[in-house]
Design a protein around this ligand. Sequence first.
Ligand code: ZN
Length: 86
Amino acid sequence: MSTCNKDHRSDPYFTQLPVDQGDFGRHKCAGCAYEAGYQRGINRCMSIDMETDFQNLSESQADAVRHKSPYVAYAQGYANGLFDSY
Ligand SMILES: [Zn+2]
């Protein structure tokens, strides 16, 4: 599994996300999850398979995204993508 090296790891936007210490998606990068969700939203994708999308996400334990819920990040990204699609 690749490790995320993108700048969004230190984006303060992600500090608002709830902490997720669970095993399910724990180490996935919340920034990458946000971007994956955003792509689904901006393309108005009506069928979302979060589990499949998450299999391709990079991992991260860095900075602002550390232990932040990638699921909330994905959902927010999807919502923001939908907004931006109008
Ligand atoms: Zn990332």
